[in-house]
Design a protein around this ligand. Structure first.
Ligand code: COA
Length: 423
């Protein structure tokens, strides 16, 4: 039995941040009704690779959901929305600031309609503070949440990360908040409003950078290979330095292609074994007893030299061989996996992290699988819905409408855009 089997979610989210959250909850068994404007979530048509088919941007974030189109700017559409709110446990949205209020549905109004409902909102910057009125996308959140200023190398411009910490990261935060509020609702009978700001979510994911920010008040950051000093102000970009207590870096491997690197953590406990293995191969048989690298403080002070030695060793092996050699020595490490490497990786396959699906418009395609594995409720990944695929099913099954009522609502424009006026 699915963990969230009896939970119905009215999902007005769009683009990436909200749909990440609702897809996860759908994979945990919730009945997610994606309520879309008549023209659909904008991502259906963005970055299309197959003409006239829902894009991968959409299909990869909206699996296991049902789709209903409702024109929220028509009186009849609003009626349908109200009826769906009455029959849902969670309402979620990630519109720009004030959108639902302008449609006439403040949180107070939603609560009046259904006091048990939990409402989740994602905003760029939340509903309070000087930035509250601003829209946001992934990289805006990465810029404003501290991630960009701490990513990259110090003497070059800041970088965004490939992981979608602003969008998908915020979606994960929302999922946690919604489940907590639902748990409380089950105890008290009363829903509540759950808000996650993308900027706040990115700050949370950059927590250790504020550890370093405050350490700089007292002294330099000994683990950084870039120069730091007391009172330097902001946490600097640290290249590929490890962000923790152990030294780490990415070293280039044979044959030297763009992803031929391995990330190596020279954990305190493994230095001697590592030095014994690599020293003789790079003409330094005494490496393990060299006082320059004897204790972690020595290796921190001489880390540039240490990485050069490890780098020389790595250039003699490809990244998979390196992985084997280092894991045999119990050295924590990770080859830099390209999307192609991952797509063909045995481990990924065995953990169902690439799932093949079929779609009526686009045929076979692949989605990244469910990263949260519940022992009694394994996720079953099903394709995303086409636009309005479940209109009638939802109106009939969830709202109990008959043919005559559905047809009257259709005619009144509850599910479609009004025809364009002639110029
Ligand atoms: C992502 C974002 C920048 C997109 O901005 P946008 O394309 O202008 O979309 P908005 O959410 O601001 O507005 C949606 C519009 O569609 C309308 N709309 C939405 N659903 C509708 C429906 N079912 N029927 C009719 N109209 C609908 C809204 O009423 C609104 O119109 P308005 O501007 O006249 O009020 C913005 O939604 C945002 O900042 N969201 C919060 C942060 C976020 O989640 N960002 C990351 C996305 S991955």
């Amino acid at each position: 039995m699915e963990a969230l089997k009896d939970v119905r979610i009215l999902d007005m989210t769009h683009v990436q941040a909200g749909p990440t959250c609702s897809q996860l909850l759908a994979w945990m068994g919730a009945d997610v009704i994606k309520l879309e404007p008549p023209h659909g979530d904008a991502t259906r048509g963005q970055l299309r690779d197959v003409p006239n088919a829902d894009s991968l941007y959409f299909t990869m974030l909206n699996c296991n959901k049902r789709s209903i189109t409702v024109n929220m700017k028509s009186a009849e559409g609003k009626l349908v929305f109200v009826e769906l709110v009455k029959r849902s446990d969670i309402l979620m949205e990630n519109f720009g600031p004030g959108v639902l209020d302008r449609l006439g549905f403040t949180w107070e109004k939603i609560q009046e309609i259904n006091p048990r409902i939990v409402m989740g909102s994602i905003k760029g910057f939340g509903s309070s503070g000087p930035y509250a009125d601003f829209k946001a996308y992934e990289n805006v959140a990465q810029a404003m949440g501290g991630s960009m200023s701490t990513t990259g190398v110090p003497d070059a411009p800041p970088y965004v990360t490939g992981a979608q910490i602003g969008d998908s990261g915020t979606g994960l935060h929302l999922a946690i908040g919604l489940l907590a509020a639902l748990h409380q609702r089950d105890r008290t009978g009363k829903g509540q409003y759950v808000e996650v700001a993308m900027m706040d979510g990115v700050m949370n994911l950059c927590r250790v950078k504020w550890r370093d920010h405050q350490r700089l008040w007292r002294g330099a950051l000994s683990e950084y290979s870039v120069g730091t000093h007391q009172g330097m102000g902001a946490t600097p970009r640290a290249g590929n330095d490890s962000g923790g207590g152990q030294l780490g870096n990415a070293v280039r491997c044979r044959p030297g292609g763009p992803n031929d690197f391995i990330y190596v953590v020279v954990q305190e406990a493994v230095w001697e074994a590592l030095a014994r293995r690599i020293g003789p191969e790079v003409g330094m048989p005494g490496l393990a007893t060299d006082p320059k690298f004897a204790a972690i403080a020595d290796r921190r002070a001489n880390q540039v030299d240490m990485w050069e030695i490890i780098g020389e060793f790595a250039l003699r092996h490809d990244k998979r061989e390196m992985m084997r050699i280092l894991n045999d020595l119990n050295v924590p490490c990770g080859p830099i996996m390209s999307t192609e490497d991952l797509f063909n990786d045995e481990h990924v396959k065995l953990r169902d992290m690439m799932v093949e699906l079929d779609h009526p418009q686009r045929g076979k395609w692949w989605n990244v699988g469910m990263p949260i594995k519940l022992s009694d409720s394994p996720a079953r990944v099903e394709r995303s819905p086409t636009l309005g695929e479940h209109n009638e099913e939802i109106l009939r099954e969830v709202l109990g409408y008959d043919e005559a009522r559905i047809s009257a609502l259709k005619t009144a424009g509850a599910f479609s855009n009004p025809p364009k006026k002639a110029a």
